[in-house]
Design a protein around this ligand. Structure first.
Ligand code: NAD
Ligand code: 89Y
Length: 340
């Protein structure tokens, strides 16, 4: 049994804690939060009696196999470096890995130097419909892909439960786009170049709530990632990512409400329901995300037990984080002008 501690008992940590209860051969035995009230609430809800307001005190008192960091990104580097320097404890850390590439690289380097496994809790690629798209592509359903689109458009009030999203210096690319860019990497491979625009539509928030990215992948696929929290639709689809793939042998569409359609050039169209499985602690519409938290954590525990790194290792995630940085650079930089 792997013994873990959860660091950060805020809004999203509840999903981690519910999910860890369902992960075989792993258990959260201690909690840490600098806020005593949040710590006490999580301790009571999940019946975990060993609680700490200081990371150092927890590391001194507990014999841990892993920590799961569910604090915000401003705290990630210091926490990861402290756990890495303690030695012998694998580290899972929420996205975004950090605020800057320099911090992210330092965290990966600190874990490598200490010889501790380091993974980012990147769960969107673990969503049941996204795994179904990947499996269909691997089975050759569309042949060789040449175009892709990963689209997340919503007007869901994410600010109610995550008020910092309305006030942080950066918003949709760093918070949500990071997942969709990771899905694009997962489905279409590494990115060679990109061009992006961002925009703030909602006047009540500080940073960008719309982003559109055109990417050229190293294998020749062109893809579009588009994200918006300013898109009021008659049918709200939060938190679904819709996917389009055009390939040499056919097309694939992941449409609203988990409908996966594969059409073959030589005829034949199949339509499948790829909805997330229900969990007793999950509730619509976030159940899609909640199920993927469980899927990620199950895989992470399996990887740690087998001495392998999860697919979203710190090193791998630097590539997703580099896309986030490149989107902001592109959106702030000069665009190619169109001559009249
Ligand atoms: P939150 O502010 O609700 O919770 C953060 C908690 O960390 C708070 O309880 C705070 O007291 C605690 N904390 C801060 N500094 C600490 C420290 N040094 N040591 C111990 N505890 C400390 O934030 P949240 O909305 O739960 O988000 C947390 C992370 O989860 C963010 O990185 C966010 O991007 C991510 N998140 C991921 C998803 C997803 O689907 N993957 C969804 C929502 C949030
Ligand atoms: O914080 C974000 C995330 O990671 O998934 C959705 C979210 O909660 C709001 O954009």
């Amino acid at each position: 049994m792997l013994k873990g501690a959860l660091i950060g008992c805020g809004y999203f940590a509840e999903n981690h804690l519910h999910a860890w209860r369902q992960v075989p051969d792993a258990a959260i035995v201690a909690l840490c939060d600098t806020d005593p009230a949040r710590l006490a609430a999580a301790s009571q809800t999940f019946s975990i009696g060993r609680t700490y307001t200081s990371l150092e005190a927890m590391l001194a008192a507990e014999a841990l196999d892993f920590v799961d960091i569910a604090t915000g990104p401003r705290t990630h580097r210091a926490l990861v470096e402290a756990v890495a320097s303690h030695g012998g404890i694998a580290i899972i850390c929420q996205k975004p890995i950090a605020r800057t590439m320099a911090d992210a690289e330092a965290m990966v380097a600190a874990c490598a130097a200490a010889g501790v496994p380091f993974a980012i809790h990147e769960n969107f690629r673990w969503q049941t419909p996204i795994r179904a798209v990947k499996a269909a592509m691997q089975e050759g359903a569309v042949g060789t892909p040449f175009f892709g689109r990963c689209s997340f458009r919503s007007a869901f009030d994410v600010y109610a439960r995550q008020p910092y999203l309305a006030t942080d210096e950066r918003f949709i690319v760093e918070d949500l786009g990071i997942h969709i860019l990771d899905i694009a990497r997962f489905l279409f491979g590494e990115v060679a170049h990109l061009s992006a625009t961002t925009k703030r539509v909602n006047p009540a928030i500080r940073a960008e709530d719309v982003a559109t990215v055109l990417m050229g992948h190293a294998n020749g696929v062109t893809s579009v990632v588009d994200c918006s929290y300013a898109t009021a639709l008659p049918h709200e689809r939060f938190p679904q990512t819709l996917v389009e793939v055009d390939g040499s042998e056919g097309t694939l569409r992941l449409d609203a409400d988990y409908r996966l359609t594969v059409h073959r050039r030589d005829g034949g169209t199949t339509v499948r329901d790829v909805a997330p499985r229900p969990l007793d602690w999950a509730a619509a519409p976030a159940h899609l995300i909640q199920e993927s938290v469980l899927a990620f954590q199950r895989d992470a525990a399996r990887c740690l037990a087998e001495g392998r790194l999860p697919e979203t290792s710190g090193t791998d995630n630097l590539k997703t984080f580099a896309l986030v940085q490149a989107v902001y650079r592109s959106a702030e930089g000069p665009m190619t002008r169109v001559e009249p």
